[in-house]
Design a protein around this ligand. Structure first.
Ligand SMILES: [Zn+2]
Length: 511
């Protein structure tokens, strides 16, 4: 915990000096010691932030956050940058996104160099030379990293464990669930929760999207074997095939991630309702504030967007305020097993074809999952042709497919019961950020505009249509957006689109 007034780290919820309520978040950034050749996670307000806790030498500010670069990724980086393959093996190598720090000196690898890299020849190069992979330097750096940051880890662990015990108090242990994705964050959460509650037989729900990295499935299997008392539930959609659905309604895009509810939250909520019916449960997630702009608005308990879709849950994240560096500090200090994908260089683990993946992640998949990547690219190019893109390969390779917003050009688009001929794609749409998650009550606010017809909306988008009371012509489309933190409202088939918004006072404030 942190007292803002006194600039002091304390272990209690009230500052012993000034009595103010302390904060759970202890803002820290990464400093670098040139003598130890190591990153140190340092609270920003610390008076000693320039002094290395290991050698007492002078440190400098390096970055906002950092992750270790494992020997496998070092090999790949050398191949990509056309260096001798062992070039980075015996150095202190860390990274933040696509910026690598070699012995504390930054190298930026541009999105373009990932996009344009010849993945096939790089894959051949590194597979022929995996003898070059050495963990000697890496392991010795890890020992020092763990040592220099041990105080930070102790504080985080104490705080997270007491948070878990505090939050779980209201729930019997059968109703405590660990959401397990196979990623590093849920790995740490599973470990913390199991220890804090001293209970090896908690329920784990593994959401298998069917689009997982092979390393994720392998890790989930190992986890199961190593935690024989844990109740491990697989949540998987085995009725639909992702690629078949893509053929039908087009690939997901950043703003149209229909795959999330179909292959992730849907199966998870089915498992939960079959296990618990309508009992209230507590789910521990590995959600973190630093992960994205939208997530930074979530509360540590409950406010998670998933909870809209899976209603009976209270959601809590013990590592909400942690940095990537903290998560790695925990994993490396405790020596717990984790997904091999991180060794290869992925900094997050999810669906390998997600439209949210950046060029670096796509490059990794072209190297390590070459067949799937090629199949996906071919599909995307065919799709681009189908919807009449003049330069389908550029549309795909430059990532423009991720920004698609409508279902134009598809068979299914013609199937929709109502067509809005006088409305070009997104012209009359407005997006409203919500101060609380999207729900039916919000839909209810549209009653004054007309007849609510959820059954006529496109189900995959969770769309609700509002019909004109006299003519039954749809006049508004309401679509939850951005995982329920926003709503997209589109006026349809009306002459004066603005008057609807004005008369109805659709201000973001009111919503
Ligand atoms: Zn030092």
């Amino acid at each position: 915990m942190w007292c803002k007034n006194c600039n002091l780290e304390v272990s209690v919820e009230r500052c012993p000096i000034c009595g103010a309520t302390t904060e759970e978040d202890i803002p820290a950034e990464i400093f670098w010691c040139d003598i130890c050749d190591l990153p140190v996670i340092t609270p920003l307000s610390s008076d000693n932030r320039n002094i290395c806790p290991l050698c007492s030498g002078k440190m400098r500010h390096l970055a906002t956050d950092i992750r270790p670069v494992f020997p496998e990724e070092r090999l790949l980086l050398a191949a990509l940058l056309d260096k001798p393959l062992g070039f980075f093996m015996n150095r202190s190598v860390w990274a933040l996104n696509s910026r690598y720090y070699i012995d504390g000196k930054p190298i930026n690898v541009s999105a373009k160099s990932f996009a344009e890299a010849d993945a096939d020849s790089i894959a051949t190069k590194i597979s022929a030379n995996d003898v070059e992979i050495s963990y000697t330097r890496f392991d010795s750096d890890v020992i020092k990293f763990v040592c220099v940051n041990r105080y930070r880890l102790a504080t985080l662990k104490d705080e997270a464990e007491s948070f878990v015990r505090r939050t779980a108090k209201r729930f019997s242990s059968e109703r405590v669930v660990i959401s397990f994705s196979g990623g590093k964050d849920s790995t740490v959460v599973a470990d913390i929760v199991t220890r804090a509650l001293n209970n090896p037989s908690l329920v784990h729900i593994f959401g298998n999207t069917t689009l997982e990295f092979p390393t994720t499935l392998a890790y989930a299997n190992r986890y199961r074997e190593n935690h024989p008392f844990a109740i491990f539930q697989n949540a998987v959609n085995d009725e639909q095939n992702f690629f078949d659905v893509c053929e039908d309604i087009g690939p997901p895009a950043r703003m149209m991630r229909w795959c999330c509810s179909m292959f992730k939250t849907g199966p998870i909520s089915r498992v939960i309702s079959s296990l618990y019916r309508d009992q209230k449960i507590l789910t521990f997630y590995g959600i973190r504030k630093s992960e994205s702009v939208t997530r930074s608005k979530y509360n540590r308990v409950e406010g998670d967007a998933e909870s809209i879709k899976i209603r009976q849950q209270t959601v809590a994240s013990p590592i909400f305020f942690w940095k990537d560096a903290d998560v790695w500090l925990y994993i490396l200090s405790e020596g717990i097993d984790f997904n091999f994908a991180y060794r290869l260089g992925y900094d997050r683990v999810g669906c390998w074809c997600c439209p949210n993946n950046n060029q670096r992640a796509q490059f990794l998949s072209r190297v390590y999952m070459s067949n799937e990547s090629k199949k996906w690219r071919t599909f995307l190019i065919d799709f681009a042709k189908k919807i009449g893109k003049p330069d389908p390969e550029v549309y795909v390779d430059s990532g423009k497919w991720k920004a698609r917003q409508g279902g134009n050009g598809l068979v299914s688009a013609k199937d929709v019961k109502l067509r809005f001929t006088n409305c070009t794609t997104e012209e009359h749409a407005k997006i409203y950020q919500l101060t609380r998650p999207f729900d039916n009550e919000l839909v209810g606010l549209f009653v004054p505009f007309g007849k609510i017809a959820s059954e006529l909306g496109r189900k995959l988008l969770h769309e609700t249509l509002v019909l004109d009371c006299k003519t039954n012509v749809p006049i508004l489309s309401i679509i939850p957006f951005n995982q329920g933190n926003a709503v997209k409202i589109k006026t349809l088939n009306v002459a004066d689109h603005d008057s609807h918004s004005k008369n109805g006072e659709l201000s973001s404030k009111k919503i």
